[in-house]
Write a protein that binds this ligand. Structure first.
Ligand code: TYM
Length: 332
């Protein structure tokens, strides 16, 4: 049986990269798969989080998922810390994964920066918890943005090693689902670096809570080059900022980058940016309205997470029991 698992961290405002690279694709997969969508609050604390801000952000991210069209009745929406099996399986995977594998993770290197000695052990072991998230439910497909690809390769390695070590067929080898015109949305200030929550410049990203004026201003100020827009996709080579903005337009309008080039080729950035801002506002405004409505009723959001947590625990428990037995733990 095909099953989807994916997750998002509740660390500050979601941005357009999270939406176009992941959440929007999750919405589309709901008709064809059984899905679990997880607000990964355990991953969030690999860097220190203000407790009140973490709780608020967990609710806000949940509201964003629901407002974007995730159906929590038909599928499972929950926050990770509600299901103890994630931590239990992560420990087992800490003992399956090799130091060398984790040493190769580029995201750890980026996030730890120069001061590796001072990074939390959790940040280093983060990909093992991510593998546990997915494999605790024996999920088969994982829709993510491009930046998570290496973590999913590690998940496959862990699944394979566990199956080999214990001579069993416990875990499926998961398939990443990376699709759409915006699998890697770049910073509005620098077309060579990823749009990210941790970029110190607010101008680098459009967030799910930005109002129409802010969105228009950020797009107007986005870095570009002096040339007119190209009329073919080939003309985007070596023009990272133009490629990024046209990619965002394609994703938001559900077309191909080639169509966007055909439509705007030869025009100046100023006119295109106006159209892009109008499009972004038109697409995000209804989601933002619904987010505001949901955030005014935090009790409802908490109830959705509690119901999701209950459904997730029920799915995880028999699988975790099977895993523990395979490892050789005595039954309680
Ligand atoms: P996170 O919270 O950083 O991002 C959530 C999703 O958004 C995608 N994304 C992007 N896509 C395109 N362009 C961007 N600039 C961009 N920035 C972020 C991410 O690829 C991701 O799909 N480790 C994960 C969370 C996680 C998870 C999991 C995902 C924990 N357990 C199990 C899948 C399965 C993360 O930090 O995502």
């Amino acid at each position: 049986m095909s099953k989807i698992f994916s997750g998002v961290q509740p660390t500050g405002d979601l941005h357009l990269g999270n939406y176009l690279g992941a959440i929007r694709n999750w919405v589309r997969l709901q008709d064809d798969f059984d899905c679990l969508f997880c607000v990964v609050d355990m991953h969030a604390i690999t860097n220190w989080q203000d407790p009140a801000a973490l709780a608020a952000s967990t609710r806000e991210v949940t509201a964003a998922l629901l407002a974007s069209g995730i159906d929590a009745e038909r599928h499972i929406v929950f926050n990770q810390s509600q299901v103890p099996g994630h931590a239990e399986l992560a420990w087992i995977f800490n003992c399956v994964a090799r130091m060398g594998w984790l040493n190769r993770m580029t995201q750890f290197k980026e996030k730890a920066g120069k001061n590796r000695e001072n990074a939390s052990v959790g940040l280093f072991a983060y990909p093992n918890l991510m593998a546990a998230d997915i494999l605790l439910y024996k999920a088969t497909h994982v829709p993510v943005g491009e930046d998570q690809k290496q973590h999913l390769e590690l998940t496959r390695d862990i699944a394979q090693k566990f199956n080999n070590d214990f001579k069993c067929d416990m875990f499926p080898i998961v398939e990443p689902l990376i699709f759409g015109a915006a699998t890697r949305v770049m910073s509005l200030r620098d077309g060579t670096s990823k749009m990210s929550k941790s970029d110190p410049s607010e101008q680098s990203r459009i967030t799910m809570t930005d109002d129409a004026d802010t969105i228009a201003k950020k797009i107007r100020k986005a870095k570009t080059d002096p040339e007119a827009l190209p009329d073919t996709q080939k003309g985007l080579e070596g023009r990272a900022e133009a490629a990024n903005l046209m990619g965002i337009y394609a994703a938001l309008s559900d077309t191909e980058v080639a169509d966007v080039c055909a439509k705007f080729g030869g025009q100046q950035f100023s006119a295109f940016k106006q159209d892009l801002a109008d499009l972004a506002v038109a697409k995000l405004a209804p989601i933002q309205d619904e987010m505001r409505r949901l955030m005014a009723d935090p009790g409802h959001v908490d109830a959705v997470l509690a119901a999701g947590g209950q459904k997730a625990r029920a799915l995880a428990e028999p699988i975790l029991a099977e895993i523990k037995q395979t490892v050789g733990y005595l039954k309680p």
